[in-house]
Design a protein around this ligand. Structure first.
Ligand code: NAP
Length: 344
């Protein structure tokens, strides 16, 4: 009986292969070529520059792991003083030891400051400590990010993803603005994502709480859109007047521990179609954290970018962001509600 089933199954497999072998070969060829291209071209094509960062001080949020860690390591190797802001102090010290070993930098060039971006009090404490104890701030890299959160609201009353990715970085930037002005020419870099393009319109009544998430990517996509929109406003206000430039960027698909924002909306469709496809794509095409950090490093160190009007970067090149990110009225409105939200 079982032999008959096996025979029938192998017959079906054989017939299917004979019928579709051309398509099968084309698909496997394409996947293999993509994988080889990613492994041997994208992941090895590191941004090359011997630009020194001696005398510069960089503050990077989420510098203990992933893209932030690799960015910090590169900047330490170039002689920068790097302060990494982390929510978990133990993880932070582990990262510092690793960074000292791997970069060969002096322990005096690296410092940890605690900050939980889900709390405005914690952001204010970080800014106070930084303003009191650090002389310079040449580059602020707002890198830390949350893909999704099972908590609906933070103690400050906002969506945790919006508060971590956008609002707390907005507050931090404003609280450190004087330091950036004292150290000019200086830069603000917001690590965003191409998923910002999933947002087609902004519901202002729910923008910072996201109780009625309409985007497929939940609160993550609007949080990344807001990062670019505020970068646009910062560029308008600070580039010509203060010589502080602001950039946003996408690192691309990178293999790190960040949680996939789609995990928020698990349903039949996502578990059957989206997940297998997403993880296959990630396995085949994702960048290493080192490769994913290249655009952050590029925006930090390239001296010719100091006067650049470009807003958004990918693979160390200026690219277009969605039209929503360059709308002055939207930028103004977001700025106003963000000031009210963080109390400045
Ligand atoms: N990976 C990708 O494919 C991808 C694609 C597009 C954009 N990005 C963006 O790239 C940035 C870096 O992400 P990654 O991929 O390197 O992810 P990651 O490895 O998970 O690193 C995220 C960092 O953010 C920190 N963080 C999260 N919530 C925080 C909070 N409330 N307060 C303080 N720190 C917090 C994490 O701290 P813990 O270590 O304590 O968790 C970690 O240091 C993020 O802004 C992300 O949105 C990533």
């Amino acid at each position: 009986m079982s032999e008959t089933i096996i025979e029938k199954l192998s017959l079906i497999v054989n017939e299917t292969f004979n019928q579709y072998h051309k398509s099968f070969l084309i698909i496997s060829g394409t996947v293999l070529t993509g994988w080889l291209y990613n492994k041997y071209w994208i992941n090895r094509r590191l941004f090359s520059s011997c630009q020194s960062m001696e005398g510069k001080t960089v503050l990077i949020t989420g510098g203990n792991t992933g893209i932030g860690y690799e960015t910090a390591k590169d900047l330490l190797q170039r002689g920068a003083r790097v302060i990494i802001a982390c929510r978990n102090v133990n993880k932070g010290y582990e990262a510092i030891n690793k960074l000292v070993n791997e970069s060969g930098c002096s322990k005096l060039n690296i410092r940890l400051m605690e900050c939980d971006l889900c709390s405005f009090d914690s952001v204010r404490n970080l800014a106070k400590l930084y303003n009191e104890e650090e002389d310079r701030l040449d580059i602020l890299i707002c890198n830390a990010g949350l893909g999704y959160s099972s908590t609906i609201i933070t103690k400050d009353g906002f969506n945790p993803v919006i508060q971590t990715n956008y609002l707390s970085h907005f507050l931090l930037t404003n609280l450190l603005l004087n330091k950036l002005k004292q150290s000019k020419p200086s830069r603000i870099i917001n690590v965003s994502s191409d998923l910002h393009k999933a947002v087609k319109s902004i519901d202002w009544s729910d923008a910072l709480t996201q109780f009625h998430k309409t985007s497929l990517f939940g609160a993550y996509a609007p949080s990344k859109l807001f990062q670019i929109l505020s970068t646009y406003k910062l560029k308008q206000d600070l580039l010509d007047n203060e010589n502080i430039n602001s950039f946003s960027l996408t690192p691309g698909l990178v293999s790190t521990s960040i949680k996939d924002p789609m995990e928020e909306s698990i349903n039949f469709f996502t578990s059957i179609f989206y997940y297998p496809l997403f993880y296959l794509m990630k396995f085949l095409f994702s960048k290493t954290p080192q490769s994913g950090a290249q655009t952050s490093i590029y925006c930090t160190i390239q001296s010719h970018l100091q006067k650049s009007k470009d807003l958004y970067f990918e693979n160390c090149t200026a690219v277009k962001s969605s039209p929503l990110t360059m709308d002055p009225l939207l930028a103004e409105k977001l700025w106003t509600i963000s000031c009210q939200a963080v109390g400045i």
